[in-house]
Design a protein around this ligand. Structure first.
Ligand code: NCD
Length: 298
């Protein structure tokens, strides 16, 4: 049984195979071609934290491939509100479906779910842990929009401490020949233990000093919900913002990505620049999740 809990569950070859497969699914994701390879299959979408893109793009991917979806969106709406454990919930839901997608506020919850499941489990975000399907769509976007991943210079901007999208993406990027710049306020730096585990070309930088040289500016939202203390959040709120001034200094062919939702870290005026690709990136979630679903279910 193939689970996808951490991006490290995949080798570089497996990652590239998923990206190639996603490419083939793009016409289906756009509704230009129909395919029903997942007919008769049911996906359980368990989202115990808010989600727009991840949940809906999984649902859309499943339905466009002829499959069906059951959604559980809050713990209050399931028997967990009556005191049922996550382990029991997963054991039961395993018998109703062919795969489970889970988002949960606790780091490690997806791994725990996988240990209790009898069908494949896909991690759609576990606290500040990992978000491997987002990483696959981020890599897909970079390859698609720039034509390559190797040889690129990428700035990871914002909340590097709590962003699970960063924690997965940075590990995947070190499998490629990329130069990674870490750009964040001191209080939101990538945890030191995390950095020590990484190999490759990684350095801290200030965006203004490197912006003209970058291929990718990957921006993240401050993960307000992970702060234990509201005052700590207030100290860093609004501490960085990508504006037209910054974009005007970027290379013409460089791109700006963001997993979304955006709060105020990218000015709305940036949306119409040719470098802004975050809405396209959100669309790519559909073909990439089609590739992931077929990989684990067929
Ligand atoms: C991200 C997440 O949930 O980690 N959103 C997403 O899945 N596109 C990023 C975020 O919430 O900031």
């Amino acid at each position: 049984m193939k689970h996808l809990i951490s991006i490290e569950d995949l080798s570089k070859i497996e990652i590239l195979r998923i990206l190639d497969k996603a490419e083939e699914f793009e016409p289906v994701a756009l509704g230009k071609k129909s395919l029903d390879v997942l007919r008769g299959k049911i996906l359980a979408n368990l989202f115990f934290e808010p989600s727009t893109r991840t949940r809906i793009s999984f649902e859309c991917a499943m339905k466009r491939l002829g499959g069906d979806v059951i959604n559980v969106s809050t713990q209050e709406a399931s028997s967990m509100a009556k005191g049922e454990t996550l382990a029991d919930t997963i054991k039961v839901i395993s018998n109703y479906c062919d795969a489970i997608v889970i988002r949960h506020p606790l780091e490690g919850a997806a791994r725990f779910a996988a240990e209790n499941a009898t069908v494949p489990v896909i991690n759609a975000g576990d606290g500040a842990g990992q978000h491997p399907t987002q990483t696959l769509l981020d890599l897909y976007t970079i390859r698609k929009e720039l034509g390559r991943i190797d040889g690129t210079k990428i700035a990871l901007v914002g909340d590097l401490k709590y962003s699970r999208t960063i924690h997965s993406l940075i590990k995947a990027l070190t499998l490629f020949k990329t130069k990674i710049y870490l750009v964040s306020p001191e209080a939101l730096e990538l945890p030191r233990e995390f950095l020590e585990e990484l190999s490759g070309e990684i350095e801290k930088a200030k965006l203004e000093e490197i912006v003209t040289d970058l291929d990718v500016v990957y921006v993240t939202r401050i993960q307000k919900e992970r702060f234990l203390d509201e005052e700590e959040y207030r100290k860093v709120a609004k501490s960085y913002r990508v504006t037209l001034d910054i974009v005007n200094r970027m290379k013409d062919e460089a791109i700006i990505l963001h997993p979304l939702p955006r709060v105020d870290e990218i000015a709305v005026e940036v949306d119409t620049t040719k470098q802004a690709r975050y809405f396209k990136q959100a669309f790519y979630g559909v073909p990439v999740r089609m590739a992931i679903l077929t990989e684990v279910m067929l």
